[in-house]
Design a protein around this ligand. Structure first.
Ligand code: OGA
Ligand code: NI
Length: 345
């Protein structure tokens, strides 16, 4: 597709706008899409996404029910006792911060294009004149090995590449554990999701998101509402400021990260495989005027050419398949051309 070869307009890193007194017009959302921010109010500790202690599940009935209801009601949960080193989480976050603090020219050497999205970027979606989000990112491929290319990862700070390798390997292990526990919660074989996503040949990629401080956070969003197109997302949130909001009904709920926890969410492909039983839920990011925010999203995806459709276990005469069969790579291209645009399934 021609339209995907390059960005429709010159790219302006949001970080280069930091310090301005007003948000430029191209970032101002129409009034109904603007967030309602009331920072004088204490956090609302009311309904919030459930917390799952992975260390104490061990296939037990209570854990199974907790995961099942989180995936049905929120599509999101936080995990503790997840097996990933806390020290490594802090280290990878700090190195990414250092990357975003590099001089602009150094970062621009990695400028991405919509062909693969790999590299340093500031927009998703290729529609000319689209309203943009208040965030920059760095996107890179981690799996399959064949598409991993260290030369497309930042060379600076020097420890970043090795640390991403170490971090990615531990998060992949966590994804395998999560897929097993989610399968068990669905009352199917424990390797059900692993197999349905393509077994050994799965994909994984990472997006480091950097949301600079914003002079008028009530007019814009760090990341517009979207659901994640892949199978499972493991998010390492900022440890100093919140920003991720999850939709439930007509309301948006802020997630207040627990120290050293990950935020996990179900992606579109698990919604399709389970025929809508488990939900891939819309989420967005709000920004703020006092603090920048860094998050690291790790996406675990099906094998590129695998066909995903509702599995027979979730289809019955009174529960017809809700989604059409589609190769993951075609779905990914479709979503990428649109950019974050609410929920499409
Ligand atoms: C994403 C995402 C949330 C965040 O990268 O898909 O939803 O908190 N990120 O940055
Ligand atoms: Ni997302």
């Amino acid at each position: 597709m021609d339209c995907l070869q390059d960005w429709p307009e010159p790219i302006v890193p949001v970080q280069s706008l930091e310090g301005g007194q007003v948000v430029p017009a191209q970032y101002i959302k129409p009034p109904p899409e603007r967030p309602v921010l009331d920072r004088d109010v204490e956090p609302d500790w009311g309904p919030c996404v459930p917390v799952i202690d992975l260390g104490s599940l061990q296939g037990g009935e209570a854990g199974r029910r907790a995961i099942g209801s989180a995936c049905k009601e929120w599509g999101f949960f936080q995990v503790v006792n997840h097996g990933v080193s806390h020290e490594l989480m802090a280290r990878v976050r700090e190195l990414w911060r250092e990357f975003f603090y590099l001089p602009m020219e150094e970062k621009k050497a990695y400028a991405n294009s919509p062909v693969s999205f790999e590299g340093y970027g500031s927009r998703l979606g290729v529609q000319k004149g689209a309203i943009l989000d208040w965030g920059d990112y760095y996107f890179l491929n981690f799996l399959p090995e064949m598409v991993k290319n260290h030369s497309k990862w930042p060379a600076s700070p020097t420890l970043l590449r090795d640390t991403i390798e170490e971090y990615g390997a531990q998060v992949i292990k966590l994804c395998h554990l999560l897929l097993k526990e989610i399968s068990i919660s669905l009352e199917v074989e424990e390797d059900f999701l692993h197999k349905a996503l393509g077994g050994g040949g799965v994909g994984a990629c990472m997006r480091a998101n950097f949301y600079p401080r914003c002079p008028q956070p009530d007019l814009t969003l760090g990341l517009s509402p979207h659901s994640d197109p892949g199978a499972l997302t493991v998010l390492l949130p900022d440890d100093r400021v919140e920003g991720l909001q999850v939709r439930k009904g007509e309301e948006w709920f802020t997630i207040y990260p627990i120290p050293n926890a990950f935020i996990v969410n179900i992606g579109d492909q698990i919604q399709v495989l389970t025929n809508g039983n488990y939900k891939s839920v819309e989420h967005r990011v709000i920004v703020n005027s006092a603090k920048e925010r860094l998050s690291l999203a790790f996406f675990y995806n099906p094998k590129d050419d695998i066909l995903i459709e509702p599995a027979q276990e979730f289809v019955a005469p009174n529960k017809p398949p809700l989604y059409k069969k589609m190769a993951y790579k075609d779905y990914k291209l479709f979503i990428r051309s649109l950019g974050p645009r609410g929920k499409l399934l």
